[in-house]
Design a protein around this ligand. Structure first.
Ligand code: MSP
Length: 632
């Protein structure tokens, strides 16, 4: 029976455009899928979008369009980026599809009938943003421990899944199955989490609070909790209800590739849900690290900076794919910077690989009849190249199977660097001048065949460019990626070679800057996303003291009461207000502005005022709203 490989990404929320994190995860899953296909394994690759829940409903409401319509709009942006990045998914799932809704309702009913779900009243602290309840002791300074946003006390009836009863089973399962949670340190993190008593999982939301979700089959007043809904996509995709044979074929040989932030839902909730439903648990959950942006350079607010996906516009999807896979040690965090991108692209792709392709093809065209020559007897150096190329495939298989994609790439690049050295040492240009045709032919053949074997192994990472490479050596891509083509000697002497194609033109900083400037010009000025606005912490504050700042005609020093704290702010309003007029006014203050010194005096926040020419009026609120109330 052929080996099987089923890989998934997390399904992405559609309340924002795809960013480097989403793109990395999807590219990494694609690279794993493509390698497995190359290794001759039957492969199924599932990705998709998570379209229910509070955040989505809020975003759609703020934009004034029905949630489904909003999802339809954003999903096309994901699909567009995946196409540009050459993502070869076998199936794309949206949680608003009928096939998925049926699966969710089926599983809910099954668990309800089996007594795994019960109704109970519940009082707890709810974080609207994270869409989950917390207990009093979970809170950090009264806020959500995950996102630090304010929480609301909610008391209501809900449905609960009896997750707590699976705690010991899960701990034993994790301990007995070292392949289940990867990397190892994440496994230990999950086991650490499971040292605390596991609660039952609240799996419903009353429609009165949230209507955008899948209705519970046993109570029409509730919708399903978004995570309970979303996780089930992994069984909908391969056909849990629609095609049981296909489902049996792919499940449970599945690897879930996810980010480190969603390990608990995947490694705790998900196996318990499956266990309760009588479905085997996944083979592996691999949690990758995060892409961090290099300080303000990558911030949206600057607008004139090339974002990672803009790189696609400069050098195509392959350049982006190569960079993110080479630069991230799967499991660790990685940092994006334009310099690192340029450096990596120019050294590995333009110099080491691209140059060798172009030099070799030119030499074949110039020193032979334009066809791959017949090698004569191999000397020790040639044999070394041949052995190196033959060892590469098993090495890459090992590295890919252990998720060390960056090391696999480095290994392949090392073999390409060895080929460059081989060409330098053997100097085909001198052999040509000397008329040493036998040696010249052997060197050209050995270098070309070594390069072809390495290029074949780069196909999963840079598929478009390897297709161009295949064309130079006159091999259709399907042939180049077939099993037979793994062997040394597959490329036959006499093959016509197209000379001089530049696969990877070098990039310089000026070019990137130009693209950034053009992009900034084409974007409507000043448009921000809802999430940008949400970053502003605007609060009601009462002025209880106001004095002039010595030596500064325009400035007043204000002491303000924000309910839970008092602060000092400096405001340029002395021309418009006398200090005594201000005391007792309730104003609006931006509280999370970085503190600054104005004329040597500390200012911690900024008040809001309306101004036009010589007029200025403070933005004020009604007296009965308490100090510290949030605005937004
Ligand atoms: N919808 C849920 C997943 C449900 S899976 C049943 C979700 N969506 S998400 O859009 O917020 O994130 C999707 C994936 O992108 C997650 O695996 C997340 O970890 C990953 N990333 C989000 N930001 C990231 C980075 N900055 N870097 C790398 N991956 C990151 O969570």
């Amino acid at each position: 029976m052929p080996e099987r490989f089923y890989i998934t990404t997390a399904i992405h929320y559609v309340n924002d455009e795809p960013h480097i994190g989403h793109a990395f995860e999807t590219v990494a899953a694609d690279v794993l899928a493509r390698y497995n296909r190359l290794f001759g394994r039957e492969t199924f690759f599932l990705t998709g979008t998570d379209e229910h829940g509070q955040k989505l409903q809020d975003t759609a409401v703020a934009k004034g369009i029905p949630p489904k319509e909003y999802c339809d709009q954003i999903v096309t942006r994901f699909l567009d980026v995946w196409q540009k990045l050459n993502i070869s998914y076998d199936n794309f799932i949206r949680t608003t599809e009928k096939r998925h809704i049926e699966v969710v309702r089926h599983i809910l009913q099954k668990l309800f009938d089996a007594g795994e779900i019960y109704k109970s009243s519940y009082e707890g602290w709810y974080c609207k943003y994270e869409e989950r309840f917390w207990t009093e002791k979970d809170l950090v300074e009264g806020n959500c421990p995950d996102c630090n946003r304010p929480v609301t006390k909610i008391s209501e009836e809900n449905y609960f899944f009896k997750m707590s009863q699976y705690q010991q089973w899960l701990v034993d399962y994790i301990n007995q199955n070292p392949e289940f949670i990867k990397p190892e340190f994440r496994k230990n993190e999950v086991l650490g989490y499971l040292r605390q008593p596991l609660s039952d999982l609240c799996i419903s939301r009353p429609k009165s609070r949230l209507s955008w979700g899948i209705e519970l089959p046993f109570d029409k007043d509730y919708v399903c909790y978004v995570w309970f809904d979303a996780l089930l996509n992994y069984i909908t995709g391969p056909g849990y209800l629609s095609d049981p044979d296909a489902f049996k074929k792919w499940w449970p040989s599945v690897t879930h590739l996810i980010g480190k932030d969603i390990i608990t839902t995947h490694a705790v909730y998900w196996p318990c849900m499956l266990k309760a439903a009588g479905i085997p648990v996944p083979k592996t959950i691999f949690a990758h690290g995060f892409w961090l942006m290099e300080d303000a350079k990558m911030s949206k607010s600057r607008g004139n900076v090339v974002k990672p996906l803009d790189i696609v516009a400069i050098r195509g999807g392959d350049a982006f794919r190569y960079f993110v896979i080479r630069e991230m040690t799967m499991g660790q965090d990685a940092s994006y910077s334009e310099d690192a991108f340029i450096q990596r692209y120019n050294s590995d792709l333009a110099n080491d690989f691209g140059n060798l392709v172009s030099r070799l093809s030119k030499m074949i065209a110039g020193y032979t009849d334009g066809r791959l020559p017949e090698p004569a007897t191999y000397n020790d150096e040639d044999v070394k190249i041949k052995l190196g190329a033959q060892e590469l495939l098993p090495q890459v298989i090992d590295l890919v199977d252990s998720f060390k994609l960056n090391v696999a790439l480095e290994q392949i690049l090392q073999s390409i660097r060895a080929l460059n050295r081989y060409v330098e040492n053997n100097r085909p240009w001198d052999l040509h001048k000397q008329g040493n045709t036998e040696r010249l032919n052997t060197v050209l053949y050995t270098a070309s065949e070594g390069l072809r074997i390495a290029a074949r192994l780069l196909f999963p990472v840079i598929p478009e460019k390897i297709e161009e490479f295949a064309d130079i050596f006159n091999a259709p891509i399907d042939a180049l990626t077939s099993n037979e083509a793994a062997e040394w000697g597959w490329m036959k002497p006499g093959t016509e070679v197209k000379p001089g194609v530049t696969l990877f033109p070098r990039i310089d900083k000026k070019e990137i800057k130009k693209v950034a400037e053009e992009k900034a010009k084409s974007e409507p000025e000043g448009i921000i996303e809802l999430d940008d606005f949400k970053k502003l912490k605007l609060k009601v504050a009462e002025i209880f003291e106001a004095v002039k700042v010595e030596g500064a005609d325009k400035l007043l020093k204000l002491q303000i009461d924000l309910g839970s704290e008092k602060r000092q702010i400096i405001a340029g309003i002395a021309e418009y207000y006398k200090p005594e007029e201000l005391v007792g006014k309730k104003i609006v203050v931006l509280t999370n502005l970085k503190p600054a010194k104005i004329r040597g005096v500390e200012s911690n926040g900024m008040l809001l005022a309306a101004s036009k020419k010589n007029q200025l009026t403070l933005v004020t609120v009604d007296d009965d709203i308490p100090n510290g109330s949030s605005i937004g």
